[in-house]
Design a protein around this ligand. Structure first.
Ligand code: ADP
Ligand code: 5GP
Length: 189
């Protein structure tokens, strides 16, 4: 059995990556979404075990101490991490794994998996539009939105370090580009 592909998508919070990825998962069912662990609170509409494994800080620190994470990061004052078991089992079974993680997580996976990790950065048309999307999503407090906007400015300085770049201005156009890139990677198997 050929080894699965490793597709990693990063974007500043509010850019639209979850919306893009959810459509991508419908259109390319062979993609297996890597469900991360997080200590952040569950949002309306999210399902434990499907969007994230929502765990306590204590549980997270225990898993980290037991070396269970292939990568982890503190993002917007919460912990997020990808379990080694999710990744290694998926790849060995020939699954194409899709990760939605932050820039630090992309760096870690690129360091471990090199060219095997295909990293895609999605950027907002502008920081102003990003702010409008974050406010429009209405899932976060003003303080949380401000933290996310500050982090976005830092993350945007890293956009040229990725294998692919997509601007999510017009949704349909951005989606068409993402679909083309990801289907190309999957077909290359
Ligand atoms: P992320 O997962 O990157 O944090 P979301 O997918 O939750 O972002 O999208 C943030 C908000 O922006 C949502 O309300 C979503 O409906 C909206 N959105 C996503 N893409 C676009 C787009 N191209 N144009 C306008 N609004 C968008
Ligand atoms: P959110 O709280 O909006 O779901 O995600 C916040 C940020 O954490 C996003 O940039 C998201 O991609 C990132 N993230 C989610 N899961 C992981 C993970 O397992 N590892 C890392 N490094 N970042 C993650």
């Amino acid at each position: 059995m050929s080894r699965g592909k490793l597709i990693v998508i990063a974007a500043p919070s509010g850019t639209g990556k979850s919306t893009l990825i959810s459509k991508l998962r419908e259109d390319i069912p062979s993609l297996q979404f890597s469900v991360s662990c997080t200590t952040r609170g569950i949002r309306k509409g999210e399902v434990d075990g499907q969007h994230y494994h929502f765990i306590s800080v204590e549980e997270f620190l225990k898993l980290r101490e037991q070396n269970e994470f292939v990568e982890w990061a503190e993002v917007h004052s919460n912990f997020y991490g990808t379990k080694k078991s999710t990744l290694d089992e998926g790849l060995a079974m020939g699954k194409h794994l899709l990760f939605e993680i932050d820039v630090q997580g992309c760096d870690s996976l690129k360091e471990i998996y090199g060219d095997e990790a295909h990293v895609i950065f999605i950027e907002p048309p502008s920081v102003e539009i990003l702010e409008t999307r974050l406010r429009g999503r209405a899932t976060d407090s003003t303080d949380v939105i401000n933290i996310r906007l500050n982090n976005a400015k830092k993350e945007l300085t890293r956009k040229d370090d990725f294998d692919y770049n997509i601007v999510n201005d017009n949704f349909e156009e951005a989606y068409a580009k993402l679909f083309k890139i990801v289907s190309g990677i999957v077909k290359g198997s």
